[in-house]
Design a protein around this ligand. Structure first.
Ligand code: DX5
Ligand code: ZN
Length: 217
């Protein structure tokens, strides 16, 4: 089953609880939580307090995307009863295998994200340990950017590696995804689609969530 993970980075924070309820009722599968520290990426978003304010308000699992340095130090703060995935950046971790083990030790599924300029080859040794690979299709740091076209081929190549080696990690794609390019991304092998501005920026948010889900069937 293909899953939709709307990114609350593009939500109206003054009414975050309602926004999340809206996407949940419309059929979203996960809540994508973009955490930015102003060091690893040139922007600051929000931290665990904002994420935890949603506990008890939604049944949707949290899909935590850490765009931060020193991830090991902060990972425990993102472990909650709703936390399904914690994903770190290959480029931001000194000891990636250790970080993956740390995430798993909390009973949470572990993911690694790659920037557009980072080769799939850099994951060769860690792939057997992963539950998720997050392909960034924009440079991390901001919502509302344009999809980098070469990402589609990267997804296809990762999907091929997964098939050849018999791995079971999910492929997630993040950045610049809309109804215009959703089909090519799904066809290339993506399992989880992150969408920020194209969901929360829509005039009719529930209708947009349903349109995404329909296209993903
Ligand atoms: C970018 C974030 C994305 C972002 C996606 O650093 O990781 O999750 O919110 O936003 P859109 O869908 O607007 O490109
Ligand atoms: Zn993200």
């Amino acid at each position: 089953m293909k899953e939709l993970a709307p990114s609350i980075l593009a939500a109206d924070f003054s009414r975050l609880g309602e926004e999340v309820k809206t996407i949940e009722d419309a059929g979203a599968d996960l809540i994508h939580v973009d955490v930015m520290d102003g060091h690893y990426v040139p922007n600051i978003s929000y931290g665990p307090t904002v994420m935890k304010s949603l506990l008890g308000k939604t049944k949707l699992p949290f899909d935590v995307h850490l765009m931060i340095e020193d991830a090991d130090k902060y990972i425990p703060e993102f472990v909650t009863e709703n936390t399904k995935y914690i994903t770190v950046h290959q480029e931001a971790c000194k000891h990636l295998h250790r970080t993956i083990q740390l995430i798993k030790s909390h009973g949470v599924s572990a993911g690694v994200s790659l920037n557009p300029s980072t080769s799939l080859n850099t994951l060769e040794e860690i792939l057997p340990y992963l539950d998720l690979v997050l392909i960034m299709s924009v440079n991390p740091g901001f919502g509302g950017q344009s999809y980098i076209e070469t990402s589609t081929d990267k997804i296809s190549r990762l999907n091929k590696i997964r098939e050849e080696k018999g791995y079971s990690f999910k492929i997630e794609v993040d950045g610049g995804i809309g109804l215009n390019n959703l089909n090519e991304i799904i066809s290339a092998g993506a399992d989880i689609i992150v969408a920020g501005s194209s969901v929360f920026g829509a005039e009719d948010i529930p209708e947009r969530v349903r349109a995404f889900k329909k296209e993903m069937e």
